[in-house]
Design a protein around this ligand. Structure first.
Ligand code: ZN
Length: 250
């Protein structure tokens, strides 16, 4: 068994599953586009896999709008971005990536999206789920929160509680062998009010490498690398990923 999370995470460690109660050391990261999971939680995901957790990425959209290059068709872009996301996941030790395949830029929080995420949660049975904070339209007066990010975050929060938990939601899942599942911890990135910080200083270069893997999205040069390093650096000179953490009492 790997070391406890407190050895890896510095001052604050995420809660750990009670394995005697059947809870699994599994975390799911649900993101709108290929690269969002790495922006939001790559450092934390890498720390978790180092600690022996199983981590699954789920990407809601196909990323088919994410290029200004006129020589690329949407189909080429989808294939390219899926591979980039798999490469980034490999760098982090993230064991699996699921692509839900919704059209980039057109995501809405509807029952189809909700069911797709509930299905993922019931199949994987994560102890913790990481996703976009669905609440802000504007993040820290500096960024517009993409509508796909808000839709993904909202559907994921709704899937965690109560949709995946209650057996009468999407009852045909039972016939498919998918049992209801209680997620215990929810972590939201892109929040205006964070209450939890993961110190990723030890693994920041791996996080950067996971972002650089999304080659179609960035012109990787020294300025870009400096910008993204600065973005995750706090006043004390440590690199951190910030989350809004919710412990679910179910
Ligand atoms: Zn995005």
């Amino acid at each position: 068994m790997a070391a406890g999370l407190e050895d890896l995470f510095g001052q604050e460690a995420p809660a750990e599953p009670d394995e005697s109660a059947g809870e699994l050391r599994r975390a799911m990261v649900v993101a709108a586009h290929p690269d969002d999971a790495d922006f939001g939680a790559a450092g934390t995901a890498h720390l978790l896999t180092q600690a022996g957790w199983e981590v699954r990425y789920v990407v809601a959209t196909d990323g088919s709008k994410g290029s200004d290059d006129p020589s690329l068709t949407p189909d080429q872009l989808v294939t390219m971005r899926e591979q980039e996301q798999r490469d980034a996941a490999d760098l982090l030790g993230v064991q699996s990536v699921g692509f839900l395949g919704f059209t980039d830029g057109e995501l809405v929080r509807d029952l189809t999206l909700l069911e797709a995420i509930v299905r993922e949660i019931r199949a994987f049975q994560p102890f913790a789920v990481y996703t976009h904070d669905p609440e802000p339209v504007i993040i820290r007066n500096g960024f517009v929160n993409h509508s796909d990010h808000r839709a993904t975050g909202l559907a994921t929060v709704d899937a965690v509680y109560p949709a995946a938990r209650d057996r009468l939601n999407f009852p045909h899942h039972l016939e498919e062998g998918l049992a209801p599942h209680k997620v215990r911890e929810l972590y939201l990135w892109g929040a205006n009010e964070s209450n939890f910080e993961v110190d990723i200083t030890e693994v920041v270069e791996t996080k950067i490498a996971s972002l650089v893997a999304h080659d179609s999205q960035f012109d990787v040069n020294d300025e870009f690398l400096e910008q993204i390093r600065t973005f995750w650096k706090n006043d004390a000179g440590r690199y951190v990923e910030e989350f809004r953490r919710i412990t679910l009492f179910l």
